[in-house]
Design a protein around this ligand. Sequence first.
Ligand code: 6PG
Length: 240
Amino acid sequence: MSAAPVREVFASPAELAEAAARTVADELAAALERSGSAALALSGGSTPRTLYRLLALPEHRASIAWDRVDVFFGDERCVPPIDVDSNYRMAHETLLGPLQLDSERVHRIRGELGAEQAAAEYEELLRARLGPAPRLDLVLLGMGGDGHTASLFPGAPALDERRRLAVAARAPVEPRERVTLTFPALNAARRVLFLVAGVDKAPAVARVAAGDASAPAARVRPAEGSCTWMLDRAAAAGIP
Ligand code: 6PG
């Protein structure tokens, strides 16, 4: 039975990012201690930018053995990696580039191939890198105002996937063609960290807190892991 998600509320997005940087460092250190390597999935969107920039700073960089971390992505827009809408580009500019990570350790979703081919390729890659029972050590996720997470949108067929780890998806906003990790992939993780900030997210946060499963983010409940919602006060405003 999956543990109930934990909520942590911070006075500001900056404090949230600082706390998230510490949590990421601790979680990766524990994974490295456990198995000598760690598998991290990055979130897209705008909220994690501050966290990524912090992790690239010398004071945080030193606390993580990045040379033993495999970096994956929770979802991607089907655009070239240099496109402004590319989650890979955002992560590269704010974290992966500054850290000069070995490209062998950075596993981006090749969205430019088109959603179906990119999803099939990523499925193969995840199974090849993570083994017969693929488990990510740490997954970073955001949430949209409609309750979507990664590119798992309300009412989408991708929500019903039971076996595959990565599938094609369609977003209600441009760029529409996406690739996303599925609930089987997310709920197999050891730790999921939601980073959610801003008053526009408050209604969806309240729906998730009330257990409203029509918000896809509410269905992220790692079976044998933990889930933490890191919220700023504005995003938490709707929670009793
Ligand atoms: C994406 C993300 C998506 C994002 C939310 C929140 O590719 O857009 O993976 O799930 O996390 O839309 O986005 P913001 O952080 O920009 O509000």
